[in-house]
Ligand binder design. Structure first.
Ligand code: ZN
Length: 325
């Protein structure tokens, strides 16, 4: 439609990495830049690295807008990151306006998992699907919702915090201040913690070896490696995690009656070892009509899902205080 190719910058500001892409309106990535977030150095240093990543992409090209995805909660009206659990010092940082002023380009900000849903909806496994939920199984659990073809963000922009649905009212404390949340049972952190608990109880398992005999180096990834190589305990831990992934998905299915649930995040790399059992639980426990209607699949856009979702956000022209058209 347009005379010249439209190019957009999408940035994913994560707790450990900043991933920026330059993409066209079809989601084809033309260039990329990335940096370690080094969140401990505080907001000013991180913003400097975001600006640097964007600068690298836009020098010499015409860009129509910048989209940014960030973890944590944000103030939709002010385009500010109100709080980000993995980024110390991020309280009410008006990131959208800072970037907009720096580059003089329309800039949008949105929660990262909401953008992941939007990215998959526009460019990935969710094209043509009007009702879908993206479930990011990472260190924690995040979610993004597309309802009737539109992003659903709720009254305050905080919808989709599915990681904090309560699975056990008497469960252990969660980072959010509540107890027994889903991410205490089905996240990467939960996998690692359960492995450490078993190791410290003296249960014989090869996980120790994969973590270089250092409990602090146990991650969901090391547990997965041990399971793939036949370690019984590692297998048990993943099987239990898969069960709890399924339990949470039952709730998601019963609440949203989606056509599609897309599973992304680090744990999704476990593939069928995790998903098969989780899907079984959904088939057994969710409302029949909804369980029958839903497909549960792996997300497609991998590590670029949030950055491409940010590109899609700019294409929707929902950039708050846009000055561009
Ligand atoms: Zn919680």
């Amino acid at each position: 439609m347009s005379e010249t190719k439209q190019l957009i910058v999408g940035v994913d500001v994560g707790g450990s990495k900043i991933n920026a892409v330059l993409a066209d309106a079809d989601g084809h990535i033309e260039a990329r830049s990335s940096a370690d977030t080094l969140a401990d150095e505080g907001p000013e240093a991180v913003i400097g690295r975001i600006v640097e990543a964007i600068s690298q992409l836009i020098s010499g090209v015409e860009v129509t807008g910048i989209g940014i995805g960030s973890a944590g909660s944000y103030d939709a009206e002010r385009g500010a990151v109100s709080f980000s659990p993995n980024m110390p010092g991020w309280h009410n940082i008006p990131l959208r306006d800072i970037i907009q002023r720096e580059f003089g380009l329309p800039t949008c900000l949105q929660n990262d998992c909401t953008l992941a849903a939007l990215g998959e909806h526009r460019f990935g496994a969710g094209v043509g699907v009007d009702n879908l939920v993206y479930v990011g199984l990472g260190t924690g659990i995040g979610g993004g919702i597309i309802a009737d073809g539109q992003v659903y963000t709720g009254t305050s922009g905080a919808a989709g915090e599915i990681g904090h649905m309560i699975i056990d009212v008497n469960g252990s404390p969660c980072k959010c201040g509540s107890y027994g949340c889903w991410e205490n049972f089905a996240s990467g952190r939960a996998v690692a913690q359960e492995a450490v608990r078993q190791m410290e109880a003296g249960v014989p398992t090869a996980i120790r070896r994969y973590a270089g005999r250092d409990v602090n180096k146990v991650t969901a990834q090391t547990v997965f490696q041990a399971a793939q190589d036949g370690d019984y305990i590692a297998h048990e831990i993943i099987s239990r995690t898969a069960y709890y992934v399924g339990v949470g998905l039952v709730n998601v299915v019963n609440i949203f009656n989606p056509e599609l649930i897309l599973i992304g995040g680090g744990l999704s790399k476990m593939g069928s070892l995790l998903l098969d059992h989780a899907i079984e639980v959904v088939r057994e426990r969710a409302f029949g009509i909804s369980a029958k209607a839903v497909r549960i699949e792996l997300a497609q856009l991998g590590d670029d899902v949030v950055a491409l979702g940010a590109v899609a956000l700019v294409l929707q022209k929902k950039c708050g205080t846009d000055e561009g058209e």
